[in-house]
Design a protein around this ligand. Sequence first.
Ligand SMILES: Nc1ncnc2c1ncn2[C@@H]1O[C@H](COP(=O)(O)OP(=O)(O)OP(=O)(O)O)[C@@H](O)[C@H]1O
Ligand SMILES: [Mg+2]
Length: 588
Amino acid sequence: MAMQVTRERTSGKGTIYRISGPVVTAQGINSRMYDVVFVGKEQLMGEVIEIQGDKTIVQVYEDTSGVRPGEPVVETGRPLVVELGPGLLTSIYDGIQRPLVVLKDKMGDFITRGVQAPGLDHAKKWDFKPTVKKGDAVQPGTILGEVQETPTIVHRVMVPPDAKPSKVRDIKAGKFTIDEVIGTLDDGTELRMMHKWPVRVPRPNEEKLRPEIPLITGQRILDGLFPVAKGGTAAIPGPFGSGKTVTQQTLAKWSDAEIVVYIGCGERGNEMTEVLTEFPELKDPKTGGPLMNRTVLIANTSNMPVAAREASVYTGITIAEYYRDMGYDVSLMADSTSRWAEAMREISSRLEEMPGEEGYPAYLAAKLAEFYERAGRVKTLSGKFGSVTVIGAVSPPGGDFNEPVTQNTLRIVKVFWALDAKLAQRRHFPSINWLNSYSLYQDSLNDWFAKNVGQEFLDLRAWAMDALQQEAELQDIVQLVGSDSLPAEQQVTLEVTRMLREIFLQQNAFHPIDTFAPLERQLKILRAIKRYEVLSKEALARGVPVRTIGSVKSKSELGKARFEQDFDKAYEVVMSGMEQEFKVMEAA
Ligand SMILES: Nc1ncnc2c1ncn2[C@@H]1O[C@H](COP(=O)(O)OP(=O)(O)OP(=O)(O)O)[C@@H](O)[C@H]1O
Ligand SMILES: [Mg+2]
């Protein structure tokens, strides 16, 4: 995209010269790149994405059918911003932060155009409790006070990041709307509970930190084998129906992020409808209340124009950074980023840009990188620690990972959870392929795991990965000659890896107990399987036939234990049972 930075921000008027779907060419205006303009008689909102001489090219966030050349174009002289303040949590927005409920009330089920609705409720009063006092020195990002935003989340009101260091001249306590002034700084700056921020500009922080704390998900295959760091990036590519959405929602519910930003880009026609009806119903397992109390949902339904979908990821990540700046751990899920990339492709083709691979614009890789780079664990401007973890689903057409969106994503993200259609068909869930997946955070997270769970967990992880690799190699032989003709040792290995797959890797997202496994439980399951291996090898050495070893009951008992409310007790029973079973085994 051509960028011309010498233009001054203006707020004049021009006319439409040409329309091509969501892309409108205007003349007679002098806006800068990424400025917002209003297009046509209905004042449809759009954003400048290219400037060619005296022509300004705008992507429009609403359907442009019926709009004609010659209609007016009005400049605003400002970029696309989001409103940041209390009331974000529990909201459901479109890609440009218009609340869907308000839109629906204004438009009914028919989409009328040119509806403008602010992101936050400007009438509602919030109870503000200052944490600074008159005379205190403040910096950009300094926390001024608190608002109980939802029953569980305290909203920290900050000095806007683009303000100047100053001192508090006065600060109030009590009930205010987000537009009312709650205080002033010595330099005259008026303080409110809300500030605006341009979505395409990353919010500043003091320092980016090393990714050395894991995001605990309670998903055994993720925490155990392919962990993501708080502030890290992960991709979940997978074919149709392989479990992308279930995985994302499980992470939203269970991971130890305090705030969730969920960007849904309608896959199938009705999938977003499902998200819109199901998400507000989801329970927060930590509080028993609605998950929405700590969630912001951004929904792109299939009848929304592509440009709004293009913008939605920026809207989402800006909101995520805002809660990070309050000192929260935030996780952002985008389901699926392929729909976002397709929006870019459509706009690019309307611009008649030179297409890159498979018609995607040449800047696809750069856009993906720009988005994922906004993840991170940081020291905030106010000296707190916060993080944004970004987890993007990718839906490659036909499930072929050799396509541009998957490939470019993999070059950027540090964790790859590869969903596998074959596993899903076999009802092995989560159908994450343990041979293709990886985490590049493992090394930097080792210290944390060793300190908080124990070195044993890391040793067991290495052992399990190794056994699963061996299984993959043995599988070829088994296919040819059957497992009975393998040496007894290797038959034991296959038994062990079957346990690893069925008891450790498989996890039922819909079972009330199995859906979440604390690290301690993950450790115990691995320890039990490893113990089975040790006892089996000892028994083999004593001359016990492999068939006898394979038929121990405690194996299936362990499988059942993971569904038990009182797992620890069930585990003790299984373990002593296993010791006993092996003790009484006799040589042939
Ligand atoms: N962890 C899991 N536990 C139990 N069932 C699962 C799990 N993951 C996926 N499934 C099953 O697989 C089905 C499809 O999953 P999901 O809708 O997440 O796939 P998807 O990859 O998002 O599909 P699409 O490409 O259509 O968006 C679910 O409805 C569920 O029955
Ligand atoms: Mg899905």
